[in-house]
Design a protein around this ligand. Structure first.
Ligand code: AMP
Length: 472
């Protein structure tokens, strides 16, 4: 089953004014690989022309041959990692998008999802625009090209004023780099400095790798223009209540990153502590589902006083379970990725911590795996509330049919995953652990309260648990 949405999880990186621009962008993308593993690309500028290399595959594979960097000259570059839908349009959908138009060349990298893209696209097509890709990002370049404004800044502002949704964007022209974050600030974006060079990245872990100094996060609704005269900041968009994505904290961002004013690792640990307060149970050990469940499991163990153990060992050379789009491969995926340590689990009452249950496939396999390894009891604890609603702002949560908790009670899910008990963190507990004022994050995947309305396509069919075949 594939999820036909135009744009999903992505990471962006850019550097201005560095003689190793493309090389450093490669490293930056490497640090952001967790945000998208299907495709990646870099566009560089030598001040006169833009140069591009992009392909399907992991960063290390696409840019593994050092000769590639000879064809990416210049002192500025932007890059992109992408988790895309499958289909014949995949290769041309790889970003950054690079176009030539009446005012020169421009490249763009986008993380997020534009919710009114179909409407704008239809309008542009009616005016004669010919689209090269199926990406929502492409409408931005069409809007830019159609703008009558004389400055680049105004053209970008005009284009972005037309679009709604989640976007962190990086534009590169021959002489400038522009970063923009949507007024809700759904996805993270930060600004750094490396000597005399400026760096923009989805997450601070990318700055760390290239030893750039973290300056600050780019604000919701901010546009940062970087040129030979330095950095200028603008707030040209209508102000909105910020709604940074809470799922970045729960699962998506890297734990060593600093996003939305907080370190992700510390937030996840606090989620685990709160989970222990809400769903404590008599047990012998706490084990994480690695890697995403590790900080929460440490927090849970700390709060409950139970012993933390690595009862499941992860094969680090297998990508995220989700990369496998076919249900049948996903079933194998969990087993390929994780193996239990029998000596640790045998005869124990085990609390297993994961960050989320989406379809239930992973939890079901893990409970069975831990039990088969000799555990006496298996208690599943989830460091977020039930994921019941799809995300339209850039996280690849499937449609409601595939989200187990959209159509099943916690008791039904417990029975499906065959755990002795199942506990999810409450919504209040999540908000408390993440901190900040109530309602200052987007939590639509848990509550269905969407900060920007999205056209609903009528009721979706319910998930039939018996469609799922146990292959373990
Ligand atoms: P599932 O087997 O479908 O229930 O997926 C649950 C697993 O997927 C959990 O271990 C999560 O860490 C992970 N996960 C949750 N959300 C996502 C996402 N948007 N993309 C990739 N993996 C995810």
């Amino acid at each position: 089953m594939k999820f036909a949405r135009p744009e999903e999880e992505c990471g962006i990186f850019g550097i201005y004014n560095h003689k190793e621009a493309a090389n450093l962008t490669y490293l930056g993308l490497y640090a952001l690989q967790h945000r998208g593993q299907e495709a990646c690309g870099i566009v560089s500028s030598d001040g006169q022309n833009l140069f591009s290399h992009k392909s399907m595959g992991l960063v290390a594979d696409v840019f593994g041959n050092p000769d590639i960097f000879r064809y990416l000259p210049g002192n500025s570059a932007i890059g992109h990692v992408r988790y895309s839908t499958t289909g014949d349009s995949v290769v041309k959908n790889v970003q950054p998008i690079l176009v030539n138009y009446s005012r020169g060349s421009i490249a763009v990298s986008h993380n997020g999802n534009i919710v009114n893209s179909q409407l704008i696209r239809a309008e542009l097509e009616a005016w004669g625009s010919i689209f090269q890709t199926t990406m929502d990002t492409e409408i931005i370049v069409h809007l830019l090209a159609a703008s009558k404004s004389s400055s680049l800044e105004d053209r970008i502002i005009e284009a972005l004023n037309r679009i709604k949704g989640a976007y962190c964007l990086l534009f590169l022209t021959e002489t400038r780099m522009v970063a923009a974050r949507d007024p809700h600030g759904f996805r993270p974006l930060c600004l750094g400095k490396l000597g005399n060079s400026y760096v923009v990245a989805s997450e601070s872990c990318a700055l760390d790798l290239i030893e750039a100094e973290f300056i600050r996060e780019i604000e919701p609704g901010e546009m940062v223009v970087i040129g030979k005269d330095g950095v200028t900041s603008h707030f040209p968009f209508k102000k909105e209540i910020p709604a940074p994505c809470i799922f970045e904290f729960v699962y998506f961002a890297r734990p060593d990153s600093f996003i939305f004013g907080k370190n992700v690792y510390q937030v996840r640990k606090e989620l685990g502590r709160q989970l222990a307060r809400e769903h404590g149970i008599e047990a012998d050990i706490v084990i994480p589902v690695p890697d995403s469940g590790v900080p929460a499991a440490m927090g849970y163990a700390e709060e409950s006083g139970l012993l933390f153990e690595m009862g499941l060992i992860r094969n680090h050379y297998v990508g995220r379970t989700f990369i496998e789009q076919a249900q049948s491969i996903r079933h194998f995926g969990v087993k390929i990725k994780l193996n239990p340590v029998r000596e640790i689990l045998k005869g124990k009452r085990v609390v297993v911590i994961d960050d989320s249950i989406v379809r239930g496939t992973t939890s079901r396999k893990i409970v069975k795996m831990v039990r088969n390894a000799g555990a006496k009891e298996v208690h599943m604890r989830i460091s977020s509330p039930p994921t019941s609603y799809p995300c339209y702002y850039g996280i690849d949560t499937p449609n409601r049919k595939e989200l187990i908790s959209s159509s099943h009670t916690i008791e039904e899910i417990r029975r499906y995953i065959t755990a002795d008990s199942l506990g999810y963190l409450s919504r209040e507990g999540l908000m408390q652990a993440v901190g900040g004022k109530a309602g200052c994050h987007c939590h639509a995947c848990f509550t269905g309260e969407y900060p920007i309305q999205f056209p609903r396509l009528g009721p979706e069919p319910q998930l039939d648990l018996f469609e799922k075949e146990p292959l373990l």
